[in-house]
Design a protein around this ligand. Sequence first.
Ligand code: WQD
Length: 339
Amino acid sequence: MKTVLVTGGAGYIGSHAVVELTTAGYRPIIIDNFSNSNERVIGQIESIVGSKIPTYKGNFQDKKLINKIFSAEKVVGVIHFAAHKSVAESVKQPLEYYENNVAGLISLLEVMELTDIDNLVFSSSCTVYGEADKFPITEDSPMKPATSPYGTTKQICETIIKDTTQASKKLKAMSLRYFNPIGAHASALIGELPHGTPANLVPFITEVAAGIRKELTVFGNDYPTPDGTNIRDYIHVVDLAHAHVKAVGFLLKQKPAFYDVVNIGTGRGSSVMEVIRSFEKTTGVKVPYRIGPRRPGDAVSYFASATKAKEVINWQSGHTLAQSLKDAWLWQETLKKKS
Ligand code: WQD
């Protein structure tokens, strides 16, 4: 069985990737400092897959720990999820974001180089495109100035990885540019665990539907879109997890110094109002909302071209928006029961 180190493997996307890697026959091992995740998630993952998941509690920037893991485990590659990911927080704490996301990646790459771990799948983001103006967004769309320090860290990390693959002559890597991950595993044992007030649309909707919050504020309905609300590409987190399994399998077959980037989205755009209506129709639960002012930094529309993902790693999304919202709701209801 091929062992893959998953940094941030207890997080929202990481935990789903660990499940899919195990199901696909890999042996994922987790390193996570649980700063933005919960240790209970490890047990939930193990309940889903029916086996133990080797887990190291610690910081992926701890070179001694990473070295220890690489010496103890025969790791064929790394999937690097561990990073700070809040757009709003990055504006308030840019240095924290550059230190953790950029300096942290450099530290990981240095240990990988020293220990001959030659395969890296990097968790990137559609935010690297900045204010895109052509849709669907293809991978050769230009990287415009990012709209937040968070997006800039992802741009810098991609460049660091690309340059390192070319210089090292051994390292092979792929950057997966996620669009908007939503939903949860059908078991409702793992899912998104927002800290405090959710910044993102779908967890906010499910908390309103669960009566945890009074109403949703739609950030503007005067955009140049069919219903005036802005458009995003919402992808089921399990489909996103599958993309990582495909990327690892593809990367292992490539020649040294290989590097490529792939959008991971459905290829379909949905407006805020379409998400609200789909949620209400799918769950039968009303979502009270009000129209508020635009949120600074919001792009009008963002959705992926999913052609390259299909051509290169033979991946495409498999869930509809309605299925993703239903899974998000099932997860929210489970959370509510636990609380
Ligand atoms: C979606 C839409 C809001 C909340 C996120 C991450 C970013 C990246 C992509 C990973 C927007 C509207 C939201 C609310 C609303 N992920 N909205 N009321 O901004 O596209 O970006 O996914 O890298 O890091 O931040 O997602 O869910 O915040 O917003 O009207 O209470 O919902 O205006 O149009 P976003 P989001």
